[in-house]
Ligand binder design. Sequence first.
Ligand SMILES: [Cu+2]
Length: 218
Amino acid sequence: MFNGASNFSHNVDAVFLFTLIVSIFFLVLITGLMIYFVIKYNRKRNPKATNVHGNMGLEIAWTVIPTILVLIMFWYGWVGYSDMSEAPKDALTINVTAQMWKWGFKYENGKTADSLYVPVNKAIKLNLTSLDVNHAFYIPAFRIKKDVYPNQSRMVWFKSDEVGKYDIACAEYCGLNHSYMYNKINVLSENDFNEWLATGVSTDSLAVKDSTTQVMSN
Ligand SMILES: [Cu+2]
């Protein structure tokens, strides 16, 4: 039913399923009871209205059970959220820049790319910032989504456990060509990734070096 591909997919799906199942259960139960009482106490069967008094046991049950259920939902959500809020120390850091209407990715060795490339089974930490308006970085298959603001660096991390290509989207309407911000994340084997990272280390980091040398030699 679900096809997630990161370390968070399983937990996020479990919380979602749990909440969905509880909601469906109560929707069916409450609707069923309503229909049952409407039929049972309709005017023909029950011409004389009777006063029904409170039922302590029932009232305790319908207070305590839902309270426990929402606390379980909160707990699940909280644990998942805390996990997502702190990246492992050995994570590979990539700087992500959002702008109208594209994403830019910059690696620790200076390499830049238009699409995201990451190694499989390795923690990846993304530092997100925007050059203009609010955007949101979203990888549906990884179950991660984070708003991206100008003048602020925000963090999201994940570990993908499956080599493949997945969608990246901007999940915050950011103007006319918002849909141009669809992009891809390529999860590669470690060797492929290292090879990719080492090739074409970027013309612009070299350009920066060249200009600094020039400035220094002047
Ligand atoms: Cu956007």
